[in-house]
Design a protein around this ligand. Sequence first.
Ligand code: PEP
Ligand code: MN
Length: 357
Amino acid sequence: MVINMAPGFSEEQLQHIIQRVKECGFQPHVTRGTERAIVAAVGSGGNRSALEALQAAAGVDSVVPIAHPFKLVSRQTRSERTRVMVGDVCIGGEEAVVIAGPCSVESREQLLATAQGVKAAGATLLRGGAYKPRTSPYDFQGLGMEALKLLREVREETGLPVVTEVMSTADIDLISEYADMLQVGARNMQNYDLLRQLSKTRIPILLKRGPSATVKEWLLAAEYLLAGGNQNVVLCERGIKTFETETRNTLDLAAVALARELSHLPVIADPSHGTGRRDLIPQASRAALAIGADGLIIEVHPCPERAWSDGAQSLNLDEFARLMRNLSAPIRAVASSIGVEAVTKAERLNGHSVYSV
Ligand code: PEP
Ligand code: MN
């Protein structure tokens, strides 16, 4: 249930509601806006009818059930959009953010050249895998500790905050010392132990959607992070498994819009894993921004043909720079069968414009 406090509520009234929510057997999570506050009562096994009765308490506007199984992630419990700060970069603000870098960190030269190139082109965050979740145990698994040190060095040299993946609870403390944001990869979206441990930290998390996860399961995975106390969560649509074989995954752009509708968390898109094809990355990136994505994460390598992982879906530095230049170009004009003349006529007939919405 959510208890919406009325405009002009007093602190004493709010504290009373928080106390009553606890007495009813739920955990209160308070979101304060400029004029209003919302108390989300979450948990199971509490006394729901006692909660409903708080409708009559002073300072309360309404008590309404939360429509979805994800509670703290829902827009019902927070009407303003969440902004996540990664270093000094804001994800979920006015401007879309581009995270770029190699799939895997391979060497100092490779990482530095990529970081300098993507920064010059306008990216504000650097990605690079140190611990890689590979489908085959025989594929390159990442440089581990050596890569973390390189990420730190390159962050110091370029000033770009760093995003890298964490696969195991055992690595959280170590990776948090070297990175500004931790990626929970698609394969680990439902690793609840990992999510629970990460929820106790305050480090920003990039939560990728599992390849076979529904939007509801994805948002419930985010709920683990928020329920444990970590609000710094960014969702990432990276393509799902479908019957299509021409693309590596199917980038589910509707899910980007839907996740932003259902949740207050920022949502970004990954056109690299989402398509698996370098030639589709520019178009998919523009489409993702057009549908409302708060940013993009794109794989870039100085020489994709020599990449140790995901070369087929990596752009080189020139291609990335071109993509960045074209990201904000207008989308094509729509041909219209209704000319200015017709609108004027409709206005005359109806006394108002059909376009007055
Ligand atoms: C990656 O970012 O390189 C990666 C492995 O991503 P995902 O978890 O989406 O497959
Ligand atoms: Mn990759």
